[in-house]
Design a protein around this ligand. Structure first.
Ligand code: PMP
Length: 440
């Protein structure tokens, strides 16, 4: 399929070098299973599940057909004082994947909206229980919590904030968990658990009773896969309990099997109070996100309002859109029927071992990974992020899609991958590294 070269100007692309892209567009026109095809017919293996969205692979007919059927039956019902059955069905399926006392999900249209919603849930909860002074949020350096104003304010990835300047007040960042001695350690690093004490220091300095919540990506994703050290999440949970803070796990990437368990909370055996999700909820087919909360949070907020009153004054026109719910239900059925979370768990060792074969390459500075997610960091060429940006482009023309962030590649294949797909990803990765080395 061709495209009209004159039609490229109008779309201002997100997180893209627009002027550069338009010189030689990496235009994808088809996707199926583990592959995508560019407009020249080039076949590209998808090493990052697009953006961590498609564990069931691309082009799933079951999802397309469910959405088509839904659109013919009932294209759109808003959820303001009105309902349609799909949202209740999907919410129940999601809750079945979560710890026992998570029985309520609020639907959004993206990960960013899930973060904004979580912030409002937290503030509403603290007020409802008579603790309105708890209005400080804590996040971490190198964190990514979406791009809306709350998420950008929480963001620890500096570039996400510095373009805009103005952010929300009352936010403190603690350190991220990567340390020099963790280089090339597979799975959870043995060192670094003590970094959780940063949270304790903030409580000591500002007063624990002023703190509302801490946001944690169980595995920091967009910054390049930072795996929590052994004991770190447990320590964070302990400090939250001591000072009455809500613990949010931002599981937009780790949710729905990426760790080989339904959510990362099960992998690490640490239970938060709020879980945000998006991406793989619908296998990426239709935009959708969600915020799951404990019964304690839901009951406190809803019971604080009089009968017949709207308890939580928040929502989006497209919250729980019927098409998104249909996609979500079909996706959850695929995960269950095909045992895809178990597949992810079974593939983990093979996948990580394959990634670690790149360890000796002279351009590789570090490899980190757990579950079906690995970060490969290349040595900077002097200008941070330039080598990564060039590698992402070169990989595409070598037939490999990998999401890069600065000089970090994030490899996160679909759970329908077979071993030969993993081998193909590693071969093409190595080939592109070799080319970059020759050009040096
Ligand atoms: N939180 C995390 C942990 C993410 O990785 C992302 C997206 N990569 C978001 C939030 C934002 O999601 P979205 O792009 O759907 O708004």
């Amino acid at each position: 399929m061709a495209y009209d070269a004159n039609s490229l100007e109008s779309h201002w692309m997100p997180f893209s070098a627009n002027r550069d892209f338009k010189k030689n567009p990496r235009m994808v026109v088809k996707s199926d299973g583990m592959y995508m095809w560019d407009y020249k017919g080039g076949q590209i293996i998808d090493g990052s599940s697009a953006l961590f969205c498609t564990p069931a692979g691309h082009g799933r007919r079951e999802i397309a057909e469910a959405v088509y059927k839904q659109m013919l039956e009932n294209d759109y019902t808003p959820h303001f004082q009105l309902g349609h059955p799909g949202s209740f069905d999907l919410a129940e399926r999601v809750c079945r994947l979560l710890p026992d006392d998570f029985n309520h999900v609020f639907f959004t249209n993206s990960g960013s909206e899930s973060i904004e919603t979580a912030i409002k849930v937290i503030l509403a909860y603290q007020r409802a229980r008579g603790e309105a002074q708890r209005n400080r949020l804590i996040s971490r350096e190198r964190a990514y919590h979406g791009v809306n104003m709350g998420g950008v304010s929480l963001a620890g990835m500096v570039r996400n904030r510095e373009t805009f300047g103005l952010t929300l007040p009352n936010i403190s960042l603690i350190r991220h968990t990567w340390q020099e001695d963790q280089r090339f350690s597979k799975g959870q690093p043995k060192t670094g658990a003590e970094l959780a004490m940063d949270l304790e220091r903030i409580a000591e300095n500002l007063g624990g009773s002023t703190l509302a919540a801490v946001f944690i990506e169980p595995v920091a994703g967009s910054t390049g896969t930072l795996v929590p050290p052994v004991g770190y999440l447990e320590k964070v949970r302990e400090i939250c309990d001591k000072h009455g803070l809500i613990l949010v796990f931002d599981e937009v990437i780790t949710g729905f099997g990426r760790m080989g368990t339904p959510f990362a909370t099960q992998k690490f055996n640490v239970k938060p109070d709020i879980i945000t999700m998006a991406k793989a909820l619908t296998n990426g087919a239709i935009p959708m996100g969600g915020v799951a909360v404990t019964d304690e949070i839901y009951d406190t907020i809803t019971n604080s309002a009089p009968d017949n009153a709207i308890e939580f004054f928040h929502g989006y026109t497209y919250s729980a859109h019927p098409a998104a719910c249909a996609a979500g239900i079909a996706t959850q059925k695929i995960y269950q029927d095909e045992g895809l979370f178990e597949n992810a768990a079974a593939l983990e060792d093979y996948f990580l071992d394959a990634m670690w074969t790149l360890q000796d390459h002279p351009l590789v500075a570090d490899i980190r990974g757990i579950g079906m997610m690995a970060g490969i960091e290349v040595h900077s060429d002097g200008a941070p992020g330039r080598r990564g940006g060039n590698m992402q482009k070169a990989m595409f023309w070598n037939g490999l899609h990998i999401k890069w962030t600065g000089d970090n590649a994030i490899v996160a294949p679909a759970f329908v991958a077979e071993r030969h797909h993993i081998d193909e990803i590693v071969d093409k990765f190595r080939k592109t590294l070799d080319q970059a080395l020759e050009e040096k």
